[in-house]
Write a protein that binds this ligand. Structure first.
Ligand code: SF4
Length: 435
């Protein structure tokens, strides 16, 4: 901090500080009267232009969404479009609706005719506005459109690959790690991702946020003092109304050993209209509250999503992202880097990059693990450390998340450790074994 005060940039900021906060002050002496050399830094009026990050006003509708609304919902006003409940109740759910908005390929048509599909179809009008009308290979389109591959079970795949059902002490709760639990509030999402780990339950109507079920979950947490962290997930917890969500948060806050509550949600990417001033005002009352946001591709980082994340960040909610590595969707280093850079600008810390779980019918989404390692190698050292997520495999059968890293340790040479940096250059670090 002391060092920072000595930097010329900060001296300049200090000089301008009273004006910046709107105080009146004597006019500062000019450089001629103090014999100072001309400043090498830009004049203050330019500073704002240099370091501006995107911020968007309330009611922001990006051009793509505006054009889409005018074309397919000509009678819907901007106000209605920005109402999250309208977005949810007008989700695209049938082949007929899709055919009105997209040019379906033969393979997509056949997939939509299948009866033996585990995961329902649902796409918010907002998310549909981001989807290519003509290109079945467009990354976002592939994440939400049913595929014929979903019914093909490959070796090693399972409906519940993470063994969540075996680690469930009460319905809708998973207790895998010693100090934290996962509580599924509902099985309802605004958009169903075709690679969803919980496709065996989401959208099936079997998990409700009922008082009686949740009271059993609260009783379990209350009786288990080792639980200091509760992750609310689903389904999407933010699809609950504010009142029900607040009831859940307040009940958890009554338990003294629950230190933090986390919410896992894809809403900022697929239904950013849900992030309302009323919601963030309510959430702020339940700190420390964290959020894990699910983003898949840079095309999801629209003005609407920027605004939603900005509101959450302004409410003091630490935001982390979770991204599933998907073949042909985000498995290029440059695509992933672009997504991570967007997230950083949205004030979301890239948290996990997941190897796609081997759920039934997911082979067409899964990459070799080497691809994930290659992407991390392409990020580490090549961009800010904050922008590098931890690449993990969720161990089949319930073993938990296992980090997978490029190998930067080459071995030992006597009392030195041999290391490789991001440019493949080798270095020795003194590391005596007997120290
Ligand atoms: S939002 Fe999450 S829970 Fe819902 S379908 Fe997508 S991955 Fe599954």
């Amino acid at each position: 901090m002391i060092g920072a005060m000595k930097s010329p940039v900060n001296q300049r900021v200090m000089k301008n500080a009273p004006e910046a906060v709107g105080e009146t002050d004597d006019e500062p002496p000019d450089s001629a009267s103090t014999m100072q050399p001309p400043s090498p830094f830009p004049k203050r009026r330019n500073i704002g232009r240099v370091v501006r990050f995107p911020s968007y006003r309330a009611g922001t509708i990006s051009p793509a969404a505006r054009n889409f609304r005018k074309k397919f919902y000509p009678k819907v006003t901007a106000k209605i479009w920005n109402d999250w409940r309208w977005q949810v109740s007008n989700r695209i759910r049938t082949r007929e609706e899709l055919e009105r908005m997209l040019r379906l390929s033969e393979a997509e048509r056949q997939a939509l005719n299948q009866e033996d599909v585990k995961l329902p179809l649902a796409i918010t009008p907002y998310y549909m506005s981001l989807i290519s009308e003509a290109d079945p290979a467009q990354p976002l389109r592939r994440t939400v459109m049913p595929s014929l591959n979903e019914t093909v079970r490959m070796p090693g795949e399972a409906d519940d690959p993470l063994g969540e059902e075996k680690q469930s002490p009460v319905p809708g709760m998973v207790h895998r790690y010693p100090d934290r639990v996962l509580l599924l509030l509902s099985d309802f999402c605004s958009v169903y991702c075709r690679y969803c780990t919980r496709s065996r339950v989401v959208g099936h109507g079997g998990i409700h946020p009922s008082r009686s079920r949740l009271e059993k979950a609260f009783d379990y947490i209350r009786a288990t003092p080792s639980v200091r962290d509760v992750l609310l997930s689903g389904g999407d917890p933010l699809l609950l109304g504010n009142d029900r969500l607040e009831w859940i948060l307040s009940r958890l806050r009554e338990i003294p050993h629950v230190e933090i509550v986390r919410i896992g949600t894809k809403v900022p990417a697929v239904l950013p209209q849900r992030i309302t001033p009323q919601l963030v005002k309510m959430l702020k009352n339940y700190h420390p509250l964290w959020m894990s946001l699910h983003f898949t591709h840079p095309d999801e980082c629209t003005p609407e999503s920027y605004r939603a994340c900005g509101m959450l960040a302004d409410a003091g909610i630490p935001l982390g992202s979770q991204t599933v590595l998907l073949k042909g969707i985000n498995d290029e280093t440059e695509t992933m880097k672009s997504l991570m850079h967007h997230l950083m600008k949205m004030r979301v810390k890239p948290y996990y990059l997941y190897q796609c779980d081997p759920i039934t019918g997911s082979a067409h989404f899964r990459t070799p693990v080497a691809k994930g390692v290659e992407i991390i190698r392409g990020l580490r050292g090549h961009t800010s450390g904050y922008a590098v997520p931890t690449y993990v495999i969720d161990a089949p059968g319930g073993g938990g998340k296992i980090p997978v890293m490029p190998d930067y340790v080459l071995g030992r040479e006597g009392d030195s450790l041999l290391l490789k940096n991001f440019e493949d250059r080798q270095y020795c670090y003194p590391d005596p074994l007997c120290a």
